[in-house]
Design a protein around this ligand. Structure first.
Ligand code: 5CA
Length: 176
C-alpha cells in the first residue's frame, strides 16, 4: 500500500479505531513534540507488527524500517534499545562487547515494564525510563527511515540524523 493508506491520529476525529485513542501513541507524539522536529505519527490502515509488514504497508524497503529491539543487560538488568535496520539480525555477542556486558533478548513483560510499549509497537522515544540506545550504522545511508510509534499500526518518518539526535544513540555495527 502507498501513502493513501495512512492517516494522522487526531486528524480524523471520527476515527473509530482504538489506535487513535492509544495512550502509548499519544506518548510518542508528545515526546516527538517535545523534541521539536515536527515529526508526526501516522496510522497505517493495516497492521505493521513486523518490519516486513511495515515496509509492505509503506511501500519502502525493509532496510528503511527501524526495528526497535529491547535487550536486557545480564549483569545490570538494565534495558538497552538496539535500533536495527529492518533486514539485519543483531549480533548479541558484538553488542555485548560494545556494552561491556553480556546481553539477552528481553521478554515481553520486561519490554513493557521498561519502555511502556508492547512488542510490535516499541518506539525509539517516549520510554517509561531512559533507555540507552545503539543505532545500526546500516540505517545511516537512507534519506528517510520509519520507526514504530507505540502501536503495531502506528509509525513515524524521520531521518537517520534525527534518530541519533532524539535517542542520543551511538552508531555502531550490530549486524551478524
Ligand atoms: N511495528 C514494527 C515495525 S516498526 C516493529 O515494531 N518491528 S520490530 O522489529 O521493532 O518489533 C518486532 C520485534 O519484536 C521482532 O523482530 C522480534 O525481535 C521482537 N519480538 C517478537 N516477539 C517477541 C517476544 N515474544 N519476546 C521478545 N521479543 C519479541
Amino acid at each position: 500500500m502507498s501513502a493513501t493508506s495512512r492517516r494522522e491520529p487526531g486528524g480524523d476525529t471520527s476515527g473509530e479505531r482504538d489506535v487513535l485513542a492509544s495512550a502509548s501513541v499519544r506518548r510518542v507524539q508528545a515526546a516527538l513534540d517535545a523534541l521539536g522536529g515536527g515529526h508526526r505519527v501516522v496510522e497505517l490502515t493495516e497492521s505493521a507488527r513486523t518490519a516486513t509488514d511495515a515496509a509492505r504497508a509503506l511501500g519502502c524497503r525493509v532496510d528503511q524500517i527501524v526495528k526497535s529491539l529491547v535487550f536486557r543487560g545480564r549483569r545490570t538488568e538494565r534495558a538497552i534499545l538496539v535500533a536495527a535496520s529492518g533486514a539485519n539480525r543483531v549480533d548479541e555477542v558484538k553488542v555485548g562487547e560494545l556494552l561491556a556486558e553480556p546481553i539477552a533478548k528481553a521478554d515481553a513483560a520486561f519490554v513493557r515494564a521498561r519502555t511502556g510499549f508492547a512488542i510490535g509497537g516499541v518506539a525509539p522515544v517516549g520510554h517509561a525510563e531512559p533507555v540507552p540506545t545503539l543505532i545500526d550504522e546500516d540505517l545511516m545511508k537512507w534519506e528517510e527511515i520509519w520507526a514504530a510509534a507505540g502501536h503495531p499500526s502506528s509509525i513515524f518518518r524521520l531521518t537517520p540524523a534525527d534518530l541519533v539526535r532524539m535517542t542520543s544513540g551511538r552508531v555502531v555495527v550490530i549486524r551478524v
